[in-house]
Each structure stands twice: as structure tokens, then as C-alpha cells.
Design a protein around this ligand. Sequence first.
Ligand SMILES: *Cc1c(COP(=O)(O)O)cnc(C)c1O
Length: 412
Amino acid sequence: MKRRELVKGLAALPLAGGLIGSGLSVFAADKPAAKSKSLEPTEPKRDFFKELGVTPVINAAATMTFLSGSLMLPEVMDAINSTSHHFANMYELQDKVGAKIAEMLHVEAAMVTSGAACALLLGTAACITGTDKEKIKTIPNLPGERKEVIIQKSHRYLFDQAITTTGAKLIEVTGKAEMDAAFNSNTVMALFYNAGDVSSDPISHEDFIAIAKKHNVPSFIDAAADVPPVENLFKFQKLGFDLVTFSGGKMIRGPQSAGLLFGRKDLIEAAKLNHSPNEAPIGRPMKVNKEEMFGMYAALKAYLERDHKKEWQDWLDRAAHMSKIFETVASVKAVTTISKGPANAFPGISVTWDETKVKVSPPQVIKALKDGTPSIVVNGNNKGLNVGIVLLRPEEVDLVANRIKEELKKAV
Ligand SMILES: *Cc1c(COP(=O)(O)O)cnc(C)c1O
């Protein structure tokens, strides 16, 4: 902008002239100019979805990252909006938010990361570098042999790339004896995936911690998607894991790009040194902004204070209500399912029908719902639909139930 235009622009702002020395918040100028006549019809709200041609989606599925995770709570939006007008020292903010979160979760220390995937990377980096400045500057290209992270073979998963991004390699083990034998001078950490496969000789949480402790190596648990139940936010540090991560943007309903890393104080300090706002380290490209830090704190506080029993009952009532609507169509069966977890452990509805009576396949219904207006995303397979209910806003419940019923009824 040219200076002349800038000055002109300033003059056009209603309060700009009287600002200096007035003690008035400069942020008054951030507010849209008030309409002069209160009787004037308010302008329709700007529709960004429309402006960009992006399809708004109703999520009757799950907290999937490609579907933008979850909807932020009003408390989170308040935190974001009310803190957006002032600068803050990001070191101070991370320290203070972390201290508060640590207090709330009964743990030594905590920090806000850009999602649980970032927490996996920072936690691993912390175990590799400690507070050594030279190592922090050099990772992932440290001289010498590669560092090693022990993981159960059945716990290998897509997100473990966040661990190897640090330059560490994964050492797969099956059973306690193999785990015990896998430690050597290059071992920096042991990673437990809480929702990992338990089919082949699983090591219990307690044994896993004990073996890592015996070798004086930190243990880290990824429980990213494992609330509800709310108790899980306290469980793993109590068991003795040195580091724990949860996603901020799943059922905690914080910013999608925020997450929690908490546990041992020395490791959290080292993780912070590997993160933004420090300029060099491996975590610098995984910045968390100021508003998201406040937002993550607000989300966690709201989540902990919620009446979880009531919320659970509301979900069951919602499932029963929607099921009744589905079952008005001949041969349709709707059953409330509760995933046994540990990830995504909440109610949903399994919907099946007799395809000789309702002549449409579940994938066809899924496609019709997705392509309809509004677009509704539902999971399922060839056998039926899995209708997710916990992410629906109250006003979407009947809409989704009736759209599904409509698609089934059409095929009778
Ligand atoms: C979702 C998820 C992650 C990644 O979490 P983000 O917060 O999206 O970065 C990592 N691990 C597990 C088990 C998850 O479910």
C-alpha cells in the first residue's frame, strides 16, 4: 500500500484521529464500522464457504483429519477471538499455558503442540537431544549411529513416521523378553500405541513401563484419540509413562491443529527447546499460534468441566431417536453400537437392511448422502452404514436421520 493510500485509509477509520493518548483501545478500529441507523436491515453474514466454492459438510462419521477434525467449542472461539488483539511473548505463553494444563492434568509439565503427530516428533526429539544446544541444532543429522526407539511390532502404525522424522529408527519387538533384550546404548525411547493391536503377545502398559524404567529409558504413550472416557487424560501419567500425547482437535474439541504433550518436566523442557518460537530446531515448522494455545487451554478446561455422564446419556438418547426414524422403513434395523476403544469409544448406530426389500446398497446410500445438499459424510461398508452421532450439532440430528431415511425409502 502506498503511504498516501494508507493515510487516506486511516482517516476513514472512525476513531483513528482520536486514538493517540486517548487511552482508548486501538482495537476499536478492528471492529467493523457500526451501522448508523439501528433500523437498517443487518447485512447477511459473509459466507466464506460460498465465496470460495467449498462445500460445507455435516460429519455423521468420525473425528477425521481430512474432514477437519471436530468443531471447536464456543469457549474455544471466545478464547481465540478475545486474545487476538494483543501480542504475547510466545515463550511466556507456552510456559504459562503449559503450567496450567499440567496442574489440570496432575502431571509435572505440559505443552501445546501442533497436534499429536507433532507431539510424537517433539517427544522423540526431546529424548534424543535433552537440552544439548548442539544436538538441537543438528537433529535429524546427528553424527554417529542412529538412535533407536523400541516399539511393539503390533503397534507399528501410520503415525510412527513422526518418530523416524527425528532420524531415529524403530526397533520392533514382540513380547516382554524381546523388549527387554532390545535395549542398547543407542536406545532413546520406548513408544506405546494405546490403540495398538492386542492380538499377538501384547505387553501390558505396566510391564512396558517397568521394562523401559529398568533400562532407564523414557516411555511415551500415544493416546491421541482416546477420550472419552475423560479419565484417560489422567490414567497414563499415573501408570508411570514419562510422556503422553492427546490430540486437541478430536473429542476435546480444541483447534484441529493443536495437541497436548505432557509428562516429565525435563523432557517437556527439552521438547520446548526443539519447538517454535526457537528458530533453528526440528519443530520450528510445527508452530502453534497464540490463539490456538489459548484455545487449547480453553478446550481442555471445558472438556474437564463437562458433565460427561449427561453427555453420554444424550448420545444414547440421540441414537435411540435416530434409530426410530430409520426403522420406519421396512426391514431396516438400527442398533446402537459402542466402540470398545480405546480410540473413538463412544456410541454410534449400525444401520442394515434387506436389500431385496430396500433395493439400494450401503455404498450407494453413502454416495447419495455425500453428493446431496447438504453434503453428509457417513461411514459404512457393503453390509451397512455406521452412522456417527457424537459430532452432530443438535439441529443436524433430525436432518441427518431424515436424509438417510429418505434415501432408503426411495429404494423400497
Ligand atoms: C489422530 C491421531 C494422531 C495424530 O493426531 P493429530 O492431533 O491429528 O496430529 C496420532 N496418533 C493417533 C493414534 C491418532 O489417532
